[in-house]
Design a protein around this ligand. Structure first.
Ligand code: FEO
Ligand code: CA
Ligand code: CA
Ligand code: CA
Length: 652
């Protein structure tokens, strides 16, 4: 999510603190400084470093993007793997997909999820109804084939996050009453829905499925891993520090090799207010931006007031593991993976059987983290995998100027992570992962969003959405991005293909923005068209053929690009490396999230989050009535299923 003060909301308190605000006060090296050094030392970029400008389609920078060989030369006679006809930049009330494809709304806010859920009536909302219906602002989509363990591409469970609420678009009158706030809490969390392709090839939600489940901001969850039971997690309602009500601000996520769903708590700080006792926020709270905003949650539940319940925020900001196949299983917050504003938690099975999770901390000048399990995945024993995520090695990335990357261990007793610096055990290290990473000198990044390994090559793609706060004096030489309003994508190659290795190498894949505007200093493959460039990359996905797809989240800054958010297909290797082509465009005000392909690559699911969130006058007169366009119906965040009209593989 990217929100700014210009976004629509009848209740300003609905917005969590913006991710563009810096709460990292340390003087560590910025990514820009590293990048500048890196490229200033490369012979191919001498001219570039001298001018300090990366011009549109500059062959020097293109060389850098392509490992030193001019892509235009290498592209002779070659073709992009993507054969769909590109759509155009633009902004209007509805969505658009490439010709020959259909994008059909599968499930929208308020639709029944549990077997006993009522139909949606926007004028008669209730907590009871919302806690059984599809939540608001859908984000991550997990695809879990049915039957379990199969690679079915016609029947599955979809697991979908619901990141945050917008009362001004949800309610005909924003009253801030106990009931409305409770409806909002019920609209957060996640939905598990059973879906299947009907005989006509259209996806449908299976009504009254026994798998249908809502998880909300009030659902009991177990806390496990090194922070479980720690005194800093104990509250009046939970003196054991092991059980918490709900998950908050769940953005992207991931899937494990054993068929569970990882849901990432991102902007949790925005739910906490107060300090009614008059105390200044602690160093830890300040580092996480707590208290982060609205007081309406605390008005009806004192656990959201840090003056009353100072440990409650320590129970959020985690990765939550959920078994979508077992609707009775209690979700678990896996504290070994660290506490920060997790964008996502994509996994890869390392060649030695250990499972590796990559996660970005989505705020300006925050870090990239990696977790490697101690144990090995056992495909024959689901029970053996159940708690794999409770013990392992958490580390944080330090990018070096020579193109190497070091993973610095966040381990109590290691280096500065000792009692002398406030870390009395591993619980402190994971609860205060940001403070621990500061001490290690991790590299400040330009708002890390999705980080996903290419399952085919093992290379890892890390998306930096943008960083308006990086000052020009924090970068030098060839680094064009201070500030960085458009974002970039980094490719990380683990040493010897080992995701548990302490080092890796890195390269830039794309510097986003308009490559035809020298002021943007953007860089793509030169064949990229006037519609093929994008701004503010956010969520990414690989299709089964190993091709990269990038969704954007510009927030209210879309006027800088002249296009609504959308989805672009990207080449990562070969002659067309760095080539980008526009495939899908969202309706006005929406961002695109959660891209997920079926195992056979013939369906792509997308979440369309916060349609109508910019412009307009709220519920009664929104900027768009997508997707229903029906009188009296507000815009509704929804999941769409994209298929090719001839049934073929998407993008091929
Ligand atoms: Fe919720 Fe970082 O986007
Ligand atoms: Ca975002
Ligand atoms: Ca995101
Ligand atoms: Ca992803």
């Amino acid at each position: 999510m990217t929100l700014s003060k210009n976004d629509y909301s009848a209740d300003p308190g609905s917005r969590p603190g913006t991710a563009d605000t810096v709460t990292n006060p340390t003087a560590g090296t910025t990514f820009g400084e590293v990048l500048a050094l890196r490229y200033s030392r490369r012979d191919a970029l001498c001219g570039l470093a001298a001018t300090g400008v990366i011009a549109a389609l500059d062959t020097g920078f293109a060389d850098a993007l392509n490992g030193g060989t001019s892509p235009s030369a290498r592209a002779d006679g070659a073709k992009s793997q993507f054969t769909f006809a590109e759509i155009k930049h633009g902004v209007d009330e509805t969505h658009h997909v490439a010709p020959g494809y259909s994008a059909d709304v599968l499930i929208r806010w308020g639709a029944p999820v549990t077997a006993d859920a009522p139909d949606f009536d926007p004028m008669k909302q209730s907590t009871a109804a919302q806690s059984k219906q599809f939540g608001y602002n859908c984000d991550f989509i997990g695809y879990f084939p049915l039957p379990r363990g199969s690679s079915a591409s016609e029947r599955a469970l979809l697991a979908v996050n619901h990141e945050y609420t917008i009362p001004g678009l949800m309610f005909a009158r924003v009253e801030g009453t106990r009931e409305q706030v409770a409806i909002e809490l019920a609209a957060l969390g996640a939905s598990i829905v059973e879906v299947r392709k009907d005989p006509r090839g259209e996806w449908q939600v299976v009504p009254h499925s026994r798998h249908g489940r809502r998880i909300t901001a009030e659902t009991p969850m177990r806390i496990s891993g090194p922070a479980a039971g720690d005194h800093r997690l104990k509250t009046k309602a939970d003196p054991t520090g092991t059980t918490v009500l709900g998950m908050l601000a769940n953005c992207a996520g991931g899937q494990t090799p054993w068929g569970t769903y990882l849901s990432a708590e991102e902007n949790f700080h925005g739910f906490f207010s107060g300090g009614a006792n008059g105390l200044r926020p602690s160093r830890s709270e300040r580092r996480y931006g707590i208290p982060g905003g609205t007081s309406r949650w605390a008005r009806f539940d004192a656990r959201f007031d840090i003056g009353v319940e100072p440990n409650e925020p320590n129970r959020f900001g985690w990765i939550v593991e959920i078994d979508p196949y077992d609707s009775s299983a209690m979700p678990r917050k896996r504290t070994a993976l660290g506490r920060f504003r997790h964008e996502g938690a994509e996994t890869i099975l390392n060649r030695d059987g250990r499972v590796v999770v990559y996660s970005g901390d989505d705020q300006a000048n925050e870090y990239i983290y990696r977790f490697v399990t101690n144990g090995r995945f056992d495909p024959t024993s689901p029970a053996a995998n159940r708690d794999l995520l409770d013990s392992g090695a958490l580390s944080v990335a330090k990018f070096a100027a020579d193109g190497t990357l070091a993973w610095l261990p966040l381990v109590h007793g290691h280096g500065p992570l000792t009692a002398a610096n406030g870390f009395t055990g591993q619980a402190d290290v994971v609860i205060d992962a940001r403070l621990a990473a500061d001490l290690l000198g991790a590299t400040k990044m330009d708002r890390p969003e999705d980080i996903e390994p290419d399952p085919r090559t093992g290379k890892v793609y890390a998306v930096m959405t943008r960083n308006a706060d990086r000052r020009p004096d924090q970068v030098d030489g060839a680094n064009p991005r201070g500030p960085n309003p458009f974002g970039h994508i980094i490719e990380i190659a683990p040493t010897d293909g080992d995701h548990a290795a302490p080092t890796a190498r890195w390269e830039l894949l794309i510097a986003a923005g308009n490559p035809r505007d020298p002021a943007h200093r953007a860089a793509y493959h030169p064949a990229t068209s006037a519609n093929g460039w994008f701004a503010a990359p956010d969520n990414i996905a690989f299709d089964p053929a190993g091709r990269l797809w990038v969704a954007t989240d510009q927030g209210s800054t879309w006027s800088k690009s002249g296009t609504a958010d959308g989805l672009w297909a990207i080449e990562t290797d070969g002659a067309y490396r760095g080539y980008s082509r526009m495939f899908f465009r969202a309706p006005l005000g929406a961002e695109v999230t959660g891209p997920r392909f079926t195992p056979d690559g013939t369906t792509l699911f997308l979440s369309i989050q916060h349609p109508g969130a910019h412009g307009g006058k709220g519920f009664a007169d929104p900027a768009t009535h997508w997707p229903d366009f029906a009188p009296g119906m507000p815009p509704r965040p929804a999941v769409v299923a994209i298929t090719r009209n001839d049934g073929g593989v998407i993008g091929a």
